[in-house]
Design a protein around this ligand. Sequence first.
Ligand SMILES: [Zn+2]
Length: 404
Amino acid sequence: MGIAKADRKLMREINNMQVLQRIRAQEPISRPQLAEQTGLGLSTIGNIVTELLDNKLVREVGEGDSSGGRRPGLLKINESARYAFGVKIGAQQAWISLFDLCARQVEMVELSFQKEDAPAVVVGLIAARVEALRKAHRLTKRSILGLGISASGLIDPQTGACRYSPILGWSDAPIRAALEELLKLDVIVENDVNAFAYGILLQESAAATRNMVCITTGPGVGAGIILNRRLYRGSCGGAGEFGHMTIDRHGPLCTCGRRGCLEVLASDQFLMARAREIAATGGSTLLETMVDEQKLSPTTLYYAAQVGDEAARSLYRELGENLGCGVTDLINLFNPDKIVIGGEGAVAAKFFLEAVRDVVAKSVFPHLADQVEIVADDGSEDVWLQGAAMLIIERFFEVPLAAY
Ligand SMILES: [Zn+2]
């Protein structure tokens, strides 16, 4: 009898979850619509909705159409029922954002740290800001689903440790364990480009985008791969090391020890090295002045292109052609619906996006090239933070409610 009772309890949890997911996908929605769409009886729906209302996971709003009789109330997810944090750990900066259950950003704060700070110091700073934010909004720990963290490098999906990150200078940093210990909250750690790709995916309609590759350019080059609307991480979290794809095996030396990787040909490193070459050979007086005054940086180079410096603009086109070679390989490999270019370097996309598209149009089989859309993201932190927080929020909607 005990087993049968457990089965009934599980069935109820599954039904509750199914109804909650349906409300989330189609809110605002009425009880009769829920009964029709889930195949559950109207009285069962009534009981489930009462339970969800009692638990404050949904709320009733306005009234729907009705052909006579009492008008049914419409149901929505109660956005303030639970909250989650999204965190992005950058080279010397972290962004921490509080999101409600509908993934709307409530508040974002930034913090800075030194390059030489140990991972434990950075994690301690993040934990303190998370606590401060939680208290400022008068939220109980119970109302917090957890933290989704996006960090660069090779992230172990099992342990949430950063195995190796050249950008952060970390190796074997137990990010998840340290934050869980400090905050007593659930933590999921994801590679930053994967979190970015996940954030972009959630903005895309299911009909338009099933397979997508989100690539980033800036200090490094990376890729987050979405196959059938799921993140593809590979066997141990190492998929998407797009930056170390060989473009020219006689090319310049990469930090990984090999030659001609895409990262040395399509990142800030490439732009800075080529700008110095051009300045040294008298190709641009503006770039020459920037080098002489030690003011050359990705930001000032972008400025030079903005004010019409032809050498700076041609550099971005070169970067676009190199990136286009890598993108061509991705299209041949994955046949995606969409390629999104993001990361810090995407701010200059208007100077290199056409070159990427031109290389792809010339190199990919016509029917493959025609159906893939290549676009640039606006480069804001929001998508990264939302993608990280959604790792936690999506999990809440997947697990039977009793587990919470
Ligand atoms: Zn490399």
